[in-house]
Design a protein around this ligand. Structure first.
Ligand code: MOS
Length: 758
């Protein structure tokens, strides 16, 4: 068995036949290996004679490096080298090269490139030693002399410096042109809301630290275990940066301990580990510390202003939404923050604006539902504010302005079961029992409030290849260079393949996480099922057609004269639909053909011309209950119902986990998470999990996830859209709206910490 899949346990689906249906709840195939510690992450692959690299980070935010004092570090026994920009191996400039199908592109930061310091925490040296301990100690002895320059990391004092992003990353859409006359309609309207919102910096904090283990082969081939959301993207990056031929580098990421967008781009430990390996011709591992995990991308600090106006009956007549976010000095990071406000509600007058402000800070980075998580927050809190101004139930107001078509593009939605989300979510939550006035519910010493919000996210599809190999013993091995960042890719892909060929799940292995496998995009944008899943199904269908021809061509075949549409694959055999007597075992077909295995490959290309005629999005309705202790300002989110429309659900269990996990993060966004910069130093101060509060078990109470029926064959042949990111959108707004309902106090900045709520 291939090393990549050894150690994967046979999954248990339906004990008995192991048959899976699409939509079954199947636990993760890789779950046992993960909890038993058998799944190796990027820093856990043992390599003989490996060196360890530890990164030294800058302590100033802007300036240049005047020189290094390396003597003390080099004297530490075991230290092999201290690499700095002064003698690193040659690197190519990345700007023009760094462009991938889905990775955010621009001019990514180049570690150890030159003497310029562009942000506080920038890597300035890599200490390489025979042991991790020696490297870490020596790193503490590295002296760096700086010429410091004035820096500015404060967004709020620089809002007027914002400009529309100049270099746009793939997939980014700038705000559309104004529709109607939003200002005039606002002035003329009887009911108006004008509010400013602030969202602080957040860091991803995946459990697995960023790490790269570079195994230097005798022939110079590099095999790299990297923490990344795309093995081929990291492979591509290393090849281009260091001028290495494609077949000289293999990147693997069979297991990824969470990423949430932080692994869409290669992070700096990868080029540093490769640099050291090339220089010293040795295997090298570089692992970031938890503190260093705060020295690259984050969700950008963002200021927003939303102005809404409505007729007295609740009809929206004007929507204006502007956002100003931070970026670095070296690139214009951009994300879609305001466009959602033109997509979600029907309105004749809409003006949207998005700007970025370059600061002496690392570029922000995609983080779960980038742009939407805070952009939709502002819109959905503003809608709540408007509902009170109008005296209309918040859910009623949304239904009143429900968009049947995309209002800005005047295009139909490929599918939009948001009404069902509202109805089923409200029913499950008991929304109809909500008293309209704030401060009308109390439980003991706590005020109780109910709030709701809408969520939306893109339903994307990219291109991918997959291969499916049926072996003579009945095993099916399907592969694609996909990634499983904890989302359940191994399991859902195996289910798609098993369903397509009627095989028990334990007969199916899905291989991913290796750059030499058939091409797949980065696991991002909640698009992996629609993309890789469609390629898997396509490959299996091709295989099925070939098996069908073999079966039909047999002497006296019970399938003689049948079309492919007339047959089905059930329990490892092919048969006429519903006719068990006509079944022919797939293994018999291979045996008769004298084949040890048969393989089919499939290239999934999105039907772009057809897709472009529709707006493709997932939707959700989030309802929540909070309990607020007014004396302390503490908030508990005691109940959340999230009703999601995300197309057909392939695996009810992993999909549910995606959404409930995202709700947890939404609660973190609402109440806990914020990275504070001390602008005097231009540095994030709470760069550890002790002071950066991630929601823990005690913060989380009831979470109920509903998937409404939806089937979208425009987005994917599977009918699936994707469920990773939609789960977070709207959660923080629902919490904010519930806090208002509980207390009568509107908190317009996140996180809504006790001093803001009190
Ligand atoms: Mo997601 S922010 O596309 O990993």
């Amino acid at each position: 068995m291939n090393a990549l899949v050894s150690g994967l346990n046979a999954p248990v689906a339906d004990p008995g036949t192991g048959r899976v249906e699409r939509g079954s709840a199947v636990p993760r195939i890789d779950g046992r290996d993960k909890v038993a510690g058998r799944a190796r992450y990027a820093a856990e692959h043992p390599v003989d004679g490996m060196l360890f690299g530890v990164v030294v980070n800058s302590t100033i935010a802007r300036g240049r490096i005047a020189g290094f004092d390396l003597a003390a570090a080099l004297e530490v026994p075991g230290v092999v080298e201290v690499i700095t920009h002064e003698h690193r191996p040659k690197m190519r400039s990345l700007g023009a090269f760094y462009k991938d199908m889905t990775a955010p592109w621009g001019s990514p930061f180049r570690p150890l490139y030159d003497d310029e310091i562009q942000y506080n925490g920038q890597p300035v040296a890599l200490v390489v030693a025979e042991t991790f301990e020696a490297a870490r100690y020596a790193a503490s002895l590295v002296g760096v002399r700086y010429e410091e320059a004035a820096h500015d990391t404060n967004l709020m004092t620089n809002l007027d410096r914002g400009h529309p992003p100049k270099r746009l990353k793939a997939g980014y859409s700038p705000p559309p042109d104004e529709k109607g006359d939003a200002a005039a309609a606002f002035e003329a309207a009887p009911v108006r809301i004008d509010a400013e919102y602030y969202s602080g910096v957040e860091h991803h904090n995946p459990m697995e630290l960023f790490a790269s283990t570079v195994i230097h082969g005798d022939d110079g081939h590099l095999t790299i275990y990297d923490k990344t959301q795309g093995s081929q993207n990291s492979r591509w990056y290393v090849s281009h940066v260091f001028g290495l031929a494609k077949d000289k580098v293999t990147v693997r990421n069979p297991y990824v301990g969470g990423a949430f967008g932080s692994g869409l781009r290669p992070q700096y430990q990868l080029p540093l580990a490769v640099m050291a390996s090339l220089m010293l011709k040795r295997s090298v591992r570089v692992v970031m510390t938890r503190q260093q995990m705060f020295t690259f991308g984050h969700r950008p600090e963002t200021w927003q202003r939303v102005r809404l106006a409505a007729e007295r009956d609740g009809t929206l007549v004007s929507i204006r939404h502007e956002a100003v976010a931070e970026t670095s000095r070296f690139e214009d990071y951009c994300e879609v923050v305001v466009n959602w406000s033109g997509q979600l509600y029907a309105c004749d007058n809409v003006k949207l604006d998005y700007r970025v402000v370059p600061l002496d800070q690392y570029s922000p980075l995609d983080m779960r539902a980038p742009g939407a998580a805070h952009g939709m927050h502002a819109l959905e809190v503003a809608m709540d504010e408007l509902s009170y101004e109008l005296g209309i139930d918040p859910l009623e107001l949304r239904l009143k302005n429900y968009a049947e078509r995309d209002p800005m593009k005047d295009l139909p939605f490929s599918s939009k079961e948001l009404r069902a989300c509202y109805a089923q979510g409200a029913e499950r939550f008991g929304w109809s029992k909500r008293p309209p006035a704030p401060r009308s519910m109390r439980h003991g010493s706590e005020l109780v409030g109910w709030g709701m919000a809408t969520g939306t996210w893109d339903a994307m599809q990219m291109f991918a290849r997959a291969s499916a190999v049926l072996h003579a013993d009945g095993r099916l091995v399907v592969s694609s260079a996909a990634t499983d960042i904890g989302t359940g890719t191994y399991t859902t892909m195996a289910m798609i393949a098993a369903t397509a060929l009627g095989l028990p799940l334990e007969k199916v292995t899905f291989q991913l996480g290796d750059s030499t496998l058939p091409v797949a995009p980065i696991e991002g944008g909640s698009s992996h099922v629609a993309t890789v899943g469609s390629a898997v199904e396509g490959a299996c269908e091709k295989l099925g057609r070939r098996l069908f021809k073999l079966a039909r061509g047999r002497d006296g075949s019970p399938l003689a004269g049948a079309d492919f549409e007339d047959v089905e694959f059930v329990d490892g055999s092919i048969r006429r639909r519903g006719d068990a007597a006509s079944a022919i075992a797939l293994t018999a077909l291979l045996e008769e053909a004298g084949e040890a295995c048969i393989e089919e490959k499939y290239l999934l290309l999105p039907k772009i011309l057809k897709q472009k005629k529709f707006v493709r999005a997932t939707h959700s309705a989030v309802f929540c209950e909070v309990r607020v202790d007014e004396a302390f300002g503490t908030v508990r989110v005691t109940r959340v119902v999230s009703a999601v429309a995300a197309g057909r659900i392939i695996n009810a269990q992993t999909a549910r986990s995606q959404v409930s996990g995202a709700v947890v993060w939404g609660i973190g966004q609402a109440l806990h998470e914020e990275t504070h910069a001390d602008h005097r130093f231009g540095r994030f101060m709470n760069h550890n999990i002790a002071e950066y509060h991630v929601s823990v078990n005690a913060d989380i109470h009831d979470i109920d996830v509903i998937f409404v029926d939806e089937d979208d064959r425009i987005v994917s042949r599977l009918g699936a859209k994707g469920v990773g990111e939609i789960g977070i959108v709207g959660v923080a707004a629902a919490v904010c709206n519930a806090i208002y309902h509980a207390t009568g106090r509107r908190v317009r900045s996140t996180p809504m910490t006790p001093e803001k709520v009190m």
